[in-house]
Unconditional design. Sequence first.
Length: 230
Amino acid sequence: MSIQLDKFFRKNQIIPKEILYLVREEGKTVVYLTDGRSVRTFTPLKTVIAGLQGMRILSVNKGVAVNELQVVNVDRGCYTMTDGRVFRGRVRTPGEHSRNKTMINRRLATPQTTAPLVSRFTIMDNFPLPFCIIELVFGIDGHGIDFMFRYCNKAMEEFEQIDRESLVNHTYYDVFPRGERKWLITFSDIALHGGQRVIEDFKTGQGPVRVYCFQLEEGFCACALVADKT
């Protein structure tokens, strides 16, 4: 990485692995990050990409490069990212997109049927904190992402004041059409890449809560909600 590019990253607190994608907009390179920020620079896109050595950056179209680890689907040359944004790849290179799709599918192993997974958590039915399991899903046309509720306990029903049948096997945006899309990045990252995280400022109809999230298996995220009494 050049000294100039290193200074740019340090000044803007950019951690390379937290880059979602890079896009040329209005004569500048815009770096989009998993924390919701976007940072602009006059540095050419190719120069920024060259400085990201060791990362799998895919140049999918003129002026668009994506972090392969943040791609959740490739369908008919369209790349869906963990924040829900979709980029159309070059029309003249369909073979390139097919190869990328194969590579990404190897990383995103097809999850097992949800029945055995959910059955393991029926022990949480009477857990005193709201608890649910959500699965990363795609839109009908293969583009865009959402989350499907696969399990929720009694405390979750009471907290959201919604019966279980109206939650389970319904998507997040079906149940909460005004839900903030920024949480897609967090939940997608956990569901795809593992680990655990605490969301401190999650807003619900019952007020702010802390959400403790962790990956169950690839494509699935479990969440426990704790009301913020501060």
